[in-house]
Ligand binder design. Structure first.
Ligand SMILES: Cc1cc2nc3c(=O)[nH]c(=O)nc-3n(C[C@H](O)[C@H](O)[C@H](O)COP(=O)(O)OP(=O)(O)OC[C@H]3O[C@@H](n4cnc5c(N)ncnc54)[C@H](O)[C@@H]3O)c2cc1C
Length: 438
């Protein structure tokens, strides 16, 4: 059984381990060079939030103990207001519920190295897929190389060449929704002796109505800071076109963060503005070729779930191989059928969370609701907030977390609108009502 994986990013490298463990002959073709030898492209420290769905895959493969030491636990959101005051809101009900900041490059390299420990896994770097013949399962690469496989899985990311080739057959549709916002990565460097200049174990958020700044910690004491801002308009990436304008914008809205960014001007003008879009596509299969991960369902990053969802794709796909005993037509068709509703749900949740983080984190009603939810979670172990279901409870498929979580939020927000002190609420009554909602 020869499996070819196109794209050795996060999903492709993890999937190669799943496939190798089954004894298949696995070849992974990656467009970029091997960052373990040549350094990560871009060179900067970019990190992601790894949570329970992703960790579940690592545990299943027995590699969590190798990977998790590369991550920094983030126990809650640290909200920064305009005056520089900070308020901490825990994510989960106890110390076991937290998310993890991990370097994208470091994680990718670790997964590739683990995969390469299997003799029948080969990574081909600087080998970019150019075309694919779905009838004969033949892949054509930039360097005259071509190969055939029994099964082809394309994990070549949001801009997937393979998806575009599928669309060209007329058998696959896609929709792409761009946000009006883009993003730019900046950095808070480490303090003296590698110390962290803001709380190490928090995801920091500066929500400012129509835009947002976040910061996630890195092992070396620095923070990767991301500005999410409109592409056009009065205060936008388009208008922040001189160092003076960019600095005065930060001075006005993020003075405490600016004070910690000595290289602000250089970073702001050197680093590109990234595009934020939701990609939905279907079907994901043409003959024996499947698209998986961002290639099939890229989401905006506001739930911190794109990679986690892609890792969960691998778990589900692997389970179906057991269930349908290598009946590939069945496995591929069942996989796309059962997975699509959940990846659509996380795509919608991520957009909803963008508006929530941007517009509501400083809103008193919303903060009361978060406190009430926290109280509920701590009082009733069976109660889970929407965030908790998505982030810490893979037993709730994304589509279930979305439906149940939105109903809960609607009720709790309506309750918090009319009261100022959550202690005055009869929590048992609220819990009973919530139970009946679902
Ligand atoms: C700003 C930002 C923040 C994010 N934060 C989070 C977060 O906190 N948590 C989270 O879970 N997710 C997050 N994500 C989403 C996450 O990055 C993606 O969901 C994840 O990288 C998807 O993995 P993938 O392997 O499918 O795609 P990718 O990681 O994009 O990997 C695709 C790979 O395919 C290779 N490739 C592309 N074309 C070809 C070709 N033609 N031939 C061969 N190889 C090719 C690429 O070089 C790359 O290595 C974030 C995304 C962004 C943009």
């Amino acid at each position: 059984m020869k499996v070819c994986i196109i794209g050795g990013g996060l999903a492709g490298s993890l999937l190669s381990i799943y496939m190798a463990r089954r004894g298949y002959d696995v070849e992974v073709f990656e467009k970029r060079s091997d960052s373990r030898l040549k350094g990560y492209e871009g060179g900067r420290s970019i990190n992601l939030a790894l949570s329970h769905r992703g960790i579940r895959a690592l545990k299943e493969l027995g590699i969590a103990e190798q990977i998790l030491p590369l991550a920094i636990p983030m126990h809650g959101r640290m909200i920064h207001d305009l005056q520089g005051n900070q308020a901490f809101f825990p994510y989960g009900k106890d110390n076991s519920e937290y998310i993890n900041s991990i370097s994208r490059g470091g994680l990718n390299e670790a997964l590739i190295s683990i995969a390469e420990e299997y003799k029948h896994v080969r990574f081909h770097f600087e080998t970019s897929c150019q075309d694919i013949d779905f009838e004969t399962n033949t892949i054509y690469f930039n360097n005259q190389l071509q190969t055939q496989a029994d099964l082809i899985i394309a994990t070549d990311g949001a801009g997937s060449v393979v998806r575009h080739k599928m669309i060209a057959t007329g058998k696959v549709n896609e929709s792409v929704d761009f946000l009006d916002h883009g993003y730019k990565e900046l950095e808070i460097p480490a303090g003296k002796d590698g110390s962290f200049l803001i709380d190490k174990n928090s995801l920091h958020i500066w929500g400012r109505d129509s835009f947002l700044l976040i910061a996630l910690p890195n092992l070396n004491g620095s923070f990767t800071v991301t500005l999410f801002l409109q592409n056009k308009g009065e205060e936008s990436f388009e208008t922040l076109d001189t160092p003076e304008k960019a600095k005065s914008f930060f001075h006005k809205y993020f003075p405490d963060a600016l004070a910690l960014m000595p290289d602000f001007e250089e970073d702001f003008f050197k680093n590109p503005v990234g595009v934020l879009a939701t990609l939905k596509t279907y079907p994901w299969v043409v003959n024996k070729t499947l698209i998986l991960g961002d290639a099939a369902h890229a989401v905006v990053p506001f739930y911190g779930q794109g990679m986690n969802a892609s890792f969960e794709d691998c778990i589900i796909f692997n389970d179906l191989i057991d269930e349908y005993k290598e009946d590939w037509d069945k496995i591929l068709s069942v996989y796309q059928e059962i997975r699509k509703k959940d990846t659509d749900a996380i795509a919608d949740l991520a957009v909803e969370n963008f508006y929530e983080m941007r517009d509501r984190v400083n809103d008193e009603e919303f903060q009361r609701m978060r406190k009430l939810e926290h109280l509920l979670e701590n009082t009733y172990p069976k109660y889970h907030s929407k965030y908790s279901m998505v982030t810490f409870h893979p037993e709730f498929p994304y589509s279930v977390a979305k439906a149940k979580g939105n109903k809960q939020n609607e009720y709790l927000l309506s309750l918090c609108k009319n009261i100022t002190d959550i202690q005055s609420i009869n929590i048992q009554d609220v819990y009973e009502k919530l139970k009946n909602l679902s």
